[in-house]
Design a protein around this ligand. Sequence first.
Ligand code: ACO
Length: 327
Amino acid sequence: MSATISAIGIYVPDTKIDNSYFEKILDTNDTWIRQRTGIINRYFAKEDEFTSDLCIKAVKNLIENNDADVSNVDFIIVATSTPDYTMPSVASQVQASFNISKAGCMDISAACAGFVYGIILAKGLIASGANKKVLIIGAETLSKVINLEDRTSCILFGDGAGAVIVEASAENHIFQSITETEGILGQNLYLSNLPAAINGQKITGDNKIHQNGRAVFKWAVSTLVEKIRELSELNERKLDKVDWLIPHSANLRILEAVCETLDFPIEKCLESIRNYGNTSAASIPIAWFNGLKSGKVKPDDIIIFAGFGGGLTSASICIQNKIALKR
Ligand code: ACO
């Protein structure tokens, strides 16, 4: 059974946070943040606004932008590191909100690679014949888990959500994928509410993001370069035949280093880091949606998505865009 991505929508909360917000509370400044990360703005959810609220608004936006029908969705996957609660799943709250009568529901935990994992799972569900129409949402309220006393990490993250529909189709537009994990590096990026241990190393259980920025940066650049090369070979598609690269937006310098090493034009790399910060599982659909809205991304364009993050894990996939949004 073949599959295609037929619809997309996004949502970000109303409150825009520019770099001056951090200048007031930390020893940091706009110039450092822009130069070292590329970030200009990010959006923070209100105190009473949670990941499920962002998911529901992203799905409403998907319905509006694509005249899509979600009533016959038969599986919902939410990729998030910041669910409202451990159970029930955020996916089941989306199901309830849209009164989708028959849908399997689950949340997945693959940090910033979660959206791409979701696409890969949806394709598998459809290819197996188990499902026909899958709703995948990458969504985060990372503002609730940043440590505002840690200037090396709190300036990076933002809130947002991106939703897509993957459905069975006559022609296949979702091609080969690669997933890989180096769990041995897991302690370099974690979020835990228990004082547990990762690879024998004790961690802080304060429900805040902890990150060894330099280690993750180094791993991200080498992993992205290696996986994008492997993926292009696996799909028998040279990189000069790829129209757009949409990596997870963690840091503009990571994207610049990857494009330079791959000799891939940076103008063909779509990002959401400048205006939204690192929105983890939402960063790829936000960049894709904005590329479609601006008219850059056109029907039939070939796109590589490359997610990477906590795990440390990565997931990459090549697709053909079939979405044309109302502009
Ligand atoms: N403002 C001012 N100075 C700062 C700040 C700040 N906000 N943060 C750090 N500095 C200082 C440091 O203290 C250090 O000072 P020193 O030289 O006096 O010791 C200096 O700036 C350089 O620090 P580095 O840590 O080397 O800075 P770097 O260029 O590596 O940037 C950053 C840090 C932005 C965190 C970067 O390492 C990064 O983006 N890493 C990868 C993040 C990532 O990819 N995360 C994965 C996805 S997230 C997920 O999965 C949820």
